[in-house]
Design a protein around this ligand. Sequence first.
Ligand SMILES: Nc1ncnc2c1ncn2[C@@H]1O[C@H](COP(=O)(O)OP(=O)(O)OP(=O)(O)O)[C@@H](O)[C@H]1O
Length: 240
Amino acid sequence: MAQDDRQLTVRTRGLSRGFDGRAVLNNIDLEIAPGEFVALLGRSGSGKSTLLRALAELDHGVPGSGTLEVPQKRAVVFQDSRLLPWARVLDNVILGLDGDDAAERGRTALAEVGLAGREKAWPTELSGGEQQRVSLARSLVREPELLLADEPFGALDALTKIRMHGLLQELCAKHRPAVLLVTHDVDEAIALADRVLVLDHGSFAVELTIDLPHPRADHVVEIAEYRRTLLEALGVEVAV
Ligand SMILES: Nc1ncnc2c1ncn2[C@@H]1O[C@H](COP(=O)(O)OP(=O)(O)OP(=O)(O)O)[C@@H](O)[C@H]1O
């Protein structure tokens, strides 16, 4: 089959973005297949969020060029859950949804993220991890073909983060959105992704397929090898 005939959820060609005359993304060709989970690593300032915002079409006014194909049915999750403080949890989840069954769908999504019974809570009554669960439910209820996540677990403690990895993995296995996860965490990328990309100086320096079944934690030898490859690509010396 010719390459361009493949069914893809994301396709960029020659995507470039820059600020103040300085190139941040340089001719990026990115393809994400339906249901594929891609993690994006890169040093601070390498352009990860710039790429994610371009895919979310949240970068109007940013100078750039290239083409971008993304589905309309997409959702974005940020490090900060961005819940509306004056709306109860269920209302946050279904805000803007049409249909008589919106509340029912919202309840189902909340149950899926482990928050059944918390529909009437205010966001401030929830822990950081619970707020991120609500944020995931708000995305899920929209049945996105593409989930864009910008360091969604970056502010969580280590244990909560591991639980959230399990939850996200479970939700993705069930709903099969294509995912682009921006993260600083090499272990998170290896735990979750089918493919890891390392962004450096505006283009992909490394592309690594994580060829392990889920759950992955027991595959310590392979994980160590992937880890070494990715840390080297990020310029971190690994002394073992
Ligand atoms: N709105 C903006 N105006 C000017 N420069 C910007 C703007 N947004 C991003 N930049 C610059 O573009 C570069 C890439 O930023 P970006 O936020 O995409 O990096 P990142 O890899 O996500 O970083 P981090 O890991 O620290 O979040 C940085 O040098 C940043 O200062």
